[in-house]
Design a protein around this ligand. Structure first.
Ligand code: SF4
Length: 455
């Protein structure tokens, strides 16, 4: 049996797409693995263009793959493959490069027997022709608990720092019916939580006359689906109607990931973002008022061209005062062919690092304050399947990671836990009671030796 190995760089969307490549290989009789250090016949590398190290990373991974499988047929796909196909084709050992429109048809473009040739094959089309939708879903390392379902791809926005519209093309969505069909299948496979992923998920359905709200309402009705999470949403796309449904739904969890990028209106304008700082802050306060325990994550970019010390301090001040739960801090790096890469005033790299460091420290404090809110409180935890050092971990709806001593039969079930202590980014707790929805038989309840409390 032939073997194919896969390596993924970048976001959850890339991981979801890699899973769909894996399924294609499995369906054709390959054994598959996500470790390129295993000897294989075919190696697929799914690249990302977001970091400035894309080129270096891609070269390193090709080298590593060749070290472990010197004769493997090497395929490179993904955002960086769309942006720099010739550069990738020049890397020693690469056999096939596929762009955004071609990557879902690996078997149509590769030599069918994956036989290496003298020169690499390169298939890419102009990005404005990338209008197809490659369905994809994946699940994370915790096992069959949480699935990432791709419902949208591409982006019609033109944020001045971003290469994604160049790498993934225009915004397009998977139909509601198809998304529901995939969700039903995932639930039947045992998944309890679905995370909706895409490049600009809030833009879902705009060109088809439907909205993200229409989609989540349908998905929330899927029998057996306990949790629905939205990976991220642009602040200007969180409509009042969606917000009302979000904070009142039993299925759509109270976890909001809202990119802010900067607290300075001047920088937001240079970034070509579609809101001002006050709008963003009002939105966060509105969420906190209606959903006091909600997890709120914020993306922020530091060192953007033109960001003076005053602009940075403004961002810092805004964030200090916002009741958010954690920050994802990105250090700005110039990306080829983006408007921002031509802006004049550049922040010194050492200064970029200092600002990044300051915000990361702030993030640690924010996370700690968020986690402390839960001490002594009860929270439903959806446990994953892996057990480490006698502990099993899971997530609350608000995206708090919780660990408790492992009990048999608790994997992939949602249980009530009382949070007792914190350690780093993990909260520790004690199991309070089993959720009757999970307990199928008396035996299922037995290992706990606990009375089952009617919810
Ligand atoms: S919304 Fe802006 S940052 Fe996000 S993918 Fe689109 S262009 Fe990039």
């Amino acid at each position: 049996m032939k073997k194919a190995v896969f390596h993924t760089l970048g976001c959850k969307l890339n991981y979801a797409e890699t899973s769909s490549f894996m399924r294609q290989f499995r369906d054709r009789g390959f054994t598959v693995s996500d470790s390129i250090t295993e000897r294989a016949d075919v190696c697929v590398i799914n690249t990302c263009s977001v970091t400035e190290k894309a080129d270096r990373e891609c070269r390193q991974i090709v080298r590593r793959a060749r070290r472990h499988s010197p004769d493997a047929y090497i395929i490179v796909v993904g955002c960086y493959a769309q942006l720099a196909p010739e550069q990738i084709a020049s890397i020693d050992g690469v056999d096939l490069v596929l762009g955004a429109s071609e990557k879902f048809a690996i078997f149509d473009h590769a030599h069918t027997e994956f036989i290496k040739e003298q020169t690499p094959r390169v298939f890419t089309s102009p990005i404005d022709e990338a209008t197809g939708f490659g369905p994809a879903y994946s699940f994370d390392a915790g096992g069959r608990t949480r699935a990432f379902l791709k419902v949208q791809d591409g982006c019609d926005y033109s944020c001045s720092f971003c290469t994604i519209p160049l790498a993934r093309g225009e915004s397009r969505s998977q139909s509601i019916d198809e998304s529901v069909k995939q969700a039903v299948k995932l639930v039947a496979e045992g998944f309890k939580e679905i995370v909706l992923t895409g490049v600009n998920v809030g833009d879902y359905g705009r060109k088809d006359g439907v909205t993200l709200l229409n989609l989540v309402k349908r998905l929330a009705g899927v029998d057996g689906l306990k949790r629905l999470r939205i990976s991220s949403i642009e602040p200007n796309l969180l409509s009042d109607e969606l917000f009302d449904f979000w904070v009142s739904s039993d299925v759509l969890v109270p976890h909001f990931h809202l990119p802010m990028q900067s607290g300075s209106d001047e920088i937001l304008r240079l970034m070509r973002r579609r809101y001002i700082s006050n709008y963003y802050c009002d939105l966060i306060h509105k969420i906190r008022d209606r959903s006091p325990r909600a997890g709120i994550g914020v993306d922020v970019i530091v060192g953007f061209p033109g960001e003076t010390e005053e602009h940075f301090e403004e961002t810092y001040r805004v964030l200090v005062n916002l009741p958010v739960s954690y920050l994802h801090v990105f250090t700005y790096s110039e990306r080829e062919n983006t408007p921002a890469s031509f802006y004049e005033y550049r922040v010194d790299p050492a200064e970029r690092s200092r600002r990044t460091h300051m915000l990361r420290i702030l993030s640690v404090k924010k996370r700690r304050a968020f986690m402390e809110m839960f001490i002594g409180k009860e929270a439903p935890v959806l446990f994953e399947e892996s057990v480490k050092n006698g502990y099993i971990k899971g997530l609350t709806p608000e995206y708090l990671r919780v660990a408790i001593p492992h009990r048999n039969g608790i994997e992939n079930t949602e249980e009530m836990v009382r949070i007792t202590s914190l350690n780093g980014e993990v909260a520790y707790g004690e199991l309070l009671r089993r959720n009757l929805n999970n307990a199928n038989t008396k035996n299922d309840r037995a290992p706990f030796g606990l009375p089952v409390v009617q919810e």
